[in-house]
Write a protein of this length. Structure first.
Length: 136
């Protein structure tokens, strides 16, 4: 991240890192911190270092799942986050649950493609509007 970004655009995380919302969560990934932390236009910073780590690990897993569902597509045609970290919503309070959709496929297609790649400790549910993925 550039050293010339004004400090008031950076957010202090529980781990002590200062992070810009447009920074990628995973190096060479597609998901930015703003995808995880913005819910209906409101930014929520991780409450604990554990939540911060949950978001990082969930991002890694979402990048893997996106590679399965978006294999033959352009990088901008992939998973679109609807809601990820929102401390006031039970299923989004820890950073391990994510609501998303895809820019090219409907939710049933996403579910069909990804169901073979979901591990035993993970959850994948789809309805006609979005897909819910939970890592643990």
């Amino acid at each position: 991240m550039s050293k010339h970004i004004t400090p008031n655009y950076m957010y202090n995380f529980p781990s002590g890192l200062n992070i810009h919302p447009c920074r990628l969560i995973q190096r060479d990934g597609t998901l930015m911190w703003k995808h995880a932390l913005l819910y209906q236009g409101q930014l929520s910073l991780p409450a604990t270092e554990a939540h911060e780590q949950h978001i990082i690990k969930t991002a890694q897993r979402l990048e893997e799942l996106n590679s399965w569902v978006s294999r033959d597509l352009e990088p901008w045609n992939g998973i679109k986050i609807i809601a990820w970290y929102a401390p006031h919503i039970e299923e989004l309070a820890e950073g391990i649950g994510v609501y998303f959709k895809h820019s090219q496929y409907d939710t049933n297609q996403i579910s069909d493609i990804l169901s073979a790649h979901i591990q035993s400790h993970e959850t994948l549910n789809a309805n006609d509007r979005y897909v819910y993925f939970k890592r643990c």
